[in-house]
Design a protein around this ligand. Structure first.
Ligand code: IMP
Ligand code: MG
Length: 333
C-alpha cells in the first residue's frame, strides 16, 4: 500500500506551542504518527480521558492506539526511551505500537556529560546530549540503533510507511538550526520539509498545522528574550496565568507579546495551511491585548479586536494559510 497523504504538525515559535494537543486531537484519523527530529529534549503534554500525560521522545499516537514511529532523523537515549516505555505500559497503553528506525542515532552518556559541561549554561540547552549526539552523527562517527539491535529488539522498524501519516514536530520554527537565532537553537531541523526524511516525497504533504500561542514564550537562553522581560509586570502575569514552565526541564519560560512579524515568516516558510492559536483564555482572563507588528507594539481594547487584527494581518501577509482557529481549551483545539 502506498502513502495516501501526509499531514504535519509544526511549532511556529520556540516550542511549547501546544503541538501535543493538536496531534492528540487529530491522531485518530491516521495510520501512523511519526517524529522526524530531535530527542527527549521535547515535552509533549497530552490529555486522554481527562488524565494528563507527558512524553519526551515517543510520538503521541501511542496514546490513541496508533503506530508511533521514531524516525531516522531522531536521536535516542536508551534509558530514557525504556523509562518512557515503562511509563506508558504502567498507564495501560499498548507499547507494541512504538517503533524506532534502525537509522536513528544513539545518545550516549558521554554526549550528555559533554552537553552538561560545555553547552547547558552557555546556550541554555536541555542537557540531554542532543547537540553532542548530532555532532557525532554529522561527523560520521555516531552509533545508530542498528548497531545495538539486541537492546531495542522488537521496537526496531525498518518498513515503509503507508496510508495516512501524521508527522509530529518537535521544538519550533525559531529553534531550527538554520532559521533560529543561532547558536541559541537546537541541533536539528524543525521545519516540515525535514519530515520527508521519514521516507515520503514532498508532494505527499497535504495539510500543515502550525501551532502558536496568543503570546510568545521562550525557555533557555536567547538574546531576543532579554532578562528585562522579567521586570514587565504584565508579562509576568501572563506567565503565571498561563503556567509557563518547561515540560522537560521545569525552567520558567520568558514571556513576550505575540510577534506577528516573526509569525508571518514562520507561516510562510513552513507552508502552514491551518493555524491553531491557543491560550486565548489566558489573554482574555488577564485583559492584556497587545501584539508586535512591523516592529511596533500595538494595543487594542478587546479580545475580539485582537483576534480580528491577527486574522487580517496574517491573511493579507501570507499566501498559503487557509484557516485560523483560536483555542481556549487546554485539552482540545
Ligand atoms: P537542546 O535542544 O537541548 O540542545 O537545546 C537548545 C535550545 O532549544 C535551548 O534553548 C532549549 O531550551 C531549546 N529547546 C529544546 N527543546 C525544546 C522544547 O521542546 N521546547 C522548548 N524549548 C526547547
Ligand atoms: Mg513541547
Amino acid at each position: 500500500m502506498n502513502i495516501q497523504f501526509v499531514d504535519i504538525c509544526v511549532g511556529l515559535s520556540w516550542g511549547d506551542e501546544g503541538k501535543g494537543k493538536i496531534v492528540s486531537q487529530l491522531s485518530n484519523q491516521y495510520d501512523f504518527v511519526c517524529r522526524w527530529a530531535g530527542g527527549n529534549n521535547a515535552g509533549h503534554t497530552i490529555y486522554v480521558n481527562g488524565n494528563k500525560y507527558a512524553t519526551h521522545l515517543i510520538p503521541s499516537g501511542v496514546f490513541h492506539g496508533i503506530p508511533s514511529i521514531i524516525g531516522p532523523g531522531c536521536v535516542v537515549h536508551k534509558e530514557s526511551f525504556f523509562d518512557e516505555i515503562n511509563y506508558l505500559h504502567k498507564n495501560g497503553f499498548n507499547t507494541k505500537l512504538v517503533k524506532i528506525s534502525p537509522k536513528a542515532h544513539i545518545i550516549t552518556e558521554e554526549h550528555i556529560e559533554e552537553d552538561k559541561q560545555k553547552y547547558n549554561k552557555v546556550l541554555g540547552t536541555t542537557a540531554k546530549g542532543i547537540g553532542t549526539c548530532y555532532s557525532d552523527k554529522y561527523a560520521r562517527k555516531g552509533i545508530r540503533v542498528q548497531d545495538r539491535k539486541e537492546e531495542f529488539k522488537e521496537f526496531i522498524w525498518d518498513e515503509k510507511l503507508f496510508g495516512k501519516v501524521l508527522c509530529e514536530g518537535a521544538q519550533g520554527f525559531w529553534l531550527d538550526i538554520d532559521y533560529g537565532n543561532y547558536p541559541y537553537v537546537t541541533s536539528s531541523s524543525c521545519l516540515p520539509h525535514s519530515a520527508c526524511t521519514l521516507g515520503f516525497a514532498p508532494q505527499k504533504i497535504r495539510n500543515i498545522f502550525g501551532a502558536v500561542k496568543m503570546y510568545d514564550t521562550r525557555v533557555g537562553k536567547d538574546p531576543d528574550f532579554p532578562d528585562d522581560l522579567l521586570c514587565n509586570q504584565e508579562l509576568m502575569t501572563l506567565a503565571q496565568e498561563g503556567n509557563e514552565y518547561g515540560t522537560t526541564t521545569n525552567r520558567a519560560r520568558l514571556v513576550n507579546y505575540l510577534n506577528l512579524d516573526k509569525l508571518i515568516s514562520a507561516i510562510e516558510v513552513s507552508g502552514t495551511t491551518e493555524l491553531i492559536i491557543s491560550k486565548v483564555d489566558i489573554v482574555e482572563k488577564t485583559n492584556i491585548f497587545r501584539y508586535y507588528y512591523q516592529d511596533i507594539l500595538h494595543t487594542v481594547d478587546t479580545l475580539q479586536q485582537m483576534k480580528d487584527d491577527i486574522q487580517e494581518i496574517l491573511y493579507s501577509n501570507t499566501s498559503l494559510l487557509k484557516n485560523i482557529i483560536f483555542s481556549s481549551n487546554p485539552e482540545k483545539i
